[in-house]
Design a protein around this ligand. Structure first.
Ligand code: NAD
Ligand code: ZN
Length: 342
């Protein structure tokens, strides 16, 4: 599996759908490491390539507008096909371009980070950041075809970005598979990753998205770790010390597992396994009363909240989550403080 299967599937798709123009959207790092990945496509279609500056700072409506203008200058019509080749930044931004240029063109994601393979490239959420809000504007718009993942692309990934993907992988273990959790916990060499681990996450997310494509109910379980996680991520970014999304998620998993235990859902001995495992691989900050005061405004701003209450996904066992627990902000301090005194 990997590159040759991806190319084969794309060529088959282009022939079937009569697609003649393909634009590859990527970023400088991916282009430097894997710039020739899609060379074989040019024997079958016209290939154009757009290379973005890497990182979240490119994920803006200004970049989208530049791409719209570029497409318009090139006179691309509705039949142009967009191939997003990169991490979550490229997939989110490219998906947004695809959903809006001429009211929608066809596209696919070829994810190059672990986080994008198991999360961002699946599920149709596209978007850009607003100055004051991460992912503040976006659409739900599904790719034309799902491409197989190529784990060999990860060989060039920076270790921090790899751990960021592992943070999301831990989320899948905690919400969906005790077997995966225990398997990861017992591995002699961590981080070591198998195709089965990655496929489990892809299959699980695909199934949940099929059940709830527009994020009205069960899909919320994928938010486990993200209420604290987003607050920690936003706080860190605001203070000039950004942390990768999946690292913040791993920190959020720790505190939301703790809340699950404190609210009487998660058995104490299961919490202990999580509390032993996560800090071995992810830096878990202590949440002091003062720090919590700084985080709460971000949590209160969360898109998931209703009626002024915070919305959490919690776990009742390792491998099983329930969405939409409404929690008053005043309960959080007490619960969290107790933990830091343990
Ligand atoms: N749409 C969704 O459902 C969803 C889900 C989770 C996260 N996201 C979004 O995904 C983004 C984060 O994704 P990410 O962690 O992949 O970040 P990213 O796309 O910024 O990639 C991280 C870094 O790795 C580099 N890179 C990518 N692939 C590489 C490779 N194969 N070799 C070497 N370097 C490589 C990139 O240039 C970048 O510097 C965020 O914007 C987040 O909001 C979206
Ligand atoms: Zn996430």
């Amino acid at each position: 599996m990997g590159k040759s299967e991806t190319i084969e599937r794309l060529i088959g798709h282009f022939h079937r759908e009569n697609i003649r123009n393909v634009v590859i959207l990527t970023d400088k790092n991916v282009d430097r490491c894997h710039g020739n990945y899609f060379d074989a496509l040019s024997e079958h279609v016209e290939v154009d390539k757009l290379v973005l500056r890497p990182g979240e700072k490119s994920k803006t409506i200004q970049t989208v507008a530049q791409i719209w203008d570029y497409f318009a200058d090139k006179q691309y019509d509705k039949d142009v096909f967009l191939l997003n080749f990169g991490g979550g930044m490229v997939c989110d931004l490219g998906g947004f371009v695809a959903s809006t240029y001429k009211r929608g063109i066809r596209f696919a994601n070829c994810p190059t980070t672990l986080l994008a393979m198991i999360d961002a490239a699946i599920g149709g959420k596209t978007g850009v950041n607003l100055p004051s809000m991460k992912n503040g504007a976006g659409t739900i718009y599904f790719p034309d075809i799902q491409l197989p993942v190529d784990l060999s692309l990860l060989d060039t990934l920076h270790i921090n970005d790899f751990f960021s993907g592992l943070g999301e992988l831990m989320k899948y273990a905690l919400i969906a598979s005790a077997d995966l959790f225990h398997s990861l916990r017992k591995r002699k060499k961590f981080p070591s990753l198998t195709m089965e681990d990655v496929n489990f996450c892809i299959d699980f997310k695909t199934k949940i998205v099929q059940e709830d494509p527009y994020d009205k109910g069960i899909r919320h379980i994928l938010n486990f770790g993200h209420t604290f996680g987003h607050a920690l991520e936003s706080y860190a970014a605001k203070n000039g010390k950004p942390i990768a999304h999946g690292i913040a998620v791993a920190q959020g998993l720790y505190y939301e597992s703790l809340l699950s235990m404190q609210f009487g859902l998660l058995p104490q001995e299961e919490w202990q396994l999580i509390a032993d495992f996560l800090p071995k691989y992810f830096p878990i900050p202590e949440i002091t009363p003062e720090f919590l005061e700084n985080l709460l405004p971000y949590m209160q701003n969360d898109k998931k909240n209703h009626d002024g209450k915070l919305n959490f996904t919690l776990i009742d066992h390792i491998g099983h989550a329930t969405p939409d627990h409404s929690v008053s902000a005043t309960i959080i301090p007490r619960a969290t403080l107790r933990s830091t005194m343990d």
